[in-house]
Write a protein that binds this ligand. Sequence first.
Ligand code: PBG
Length: 326
Amino acid sequence: MTDIKGFARHRRLRSSASMRSLVRETQLSVDDLIYPMFVIEGEKLKREVPSMPGVFQVSLDLLLNEVTELDELGIKAMMLFGVPKEKDEQGTGAFIETGIVQEATRLIKAEFPAMLILADTCLCEYTSHGHCGVIHRHEVDNDASLDLLAKTAVSQAKAGADIIAPSNMMDGFVTVIRQALDEAGFTNIPIMSYAVKYSSSFYGPFRDAADSTPQFGDRKTYQMDPANRLEAMREAKADVEEGADFLIVKPALSYLDIVREVRNQFDVPVVAYNVSGEYSMVKAAAQNGWINEKELVMEKLLSMKRAGANLIITYFAKDAAKWLNQ
Ligand code: PBG
């Protein structure tokens, strides 16, 4: 590359759009995108989440319209979160056969059998206290929660979920969920583990969307400290050993160093979760006319791929699919 003047001509490979696409190292495709959706109990509801413009809580009767749109855009995978009417101490709504996510899964799979349904396996949307497990003496009880999470995963698989995605951060959840799925005959249902999930302020808008704000305390005794990198590798290693088929790193943007490191150390597909707060910040800036939304969104999704993510869970999936299809 060095020329007669003794320096490299990097600009040679940037000279035109065709040249740049010829040497582009990272591609973003619709196949990489997973769209998260909030399904709410009730009728004729399509409520925009105030802190997440363009994201809605949708009731079952209106759900298939949304899925049709995803299907037409070429999106092949969606993740379901439930917003139930009733909550209790145990989070019963998470694992009953008539739970909102189970109903939504059956409905979608009947109409769109090829659409991959990822079920978020957690209790926080269903517990009256808003924590991801059951409470004993003001603490989230790890092992008591595991039983309920295993039940939740099996009920989601029975309803037709294609992938189980546990986000609760209890120790041992991959082991117990794998065992419960296998015993119930779901040996072929993969686990996409939220292996590396930080205790993050970037989840704020999600907790409005899913109505899952903890009623006391915080999630710091089970979600990870944002300061830690080596601990992320221990979490990921344990989950792979326990049988995780995919590893999620969450949030994405402030944690791309972790995405890269997980990519380098493990050989399963790595998933970046581009979380609610990361979405809302972009939306707010775009609404103020401060940024070019399309270019910024495509740049940040590409940066997650470049960091090593194979897949991205993002509320921008529909917009990105539209832009990619143009
Ligand atoms: C449930 C769960 C959360 C998110 C995904 N699954 C919330 C939390 O842990 O508080 C956050 C997703 C987002 O912010 O987009 N445990």
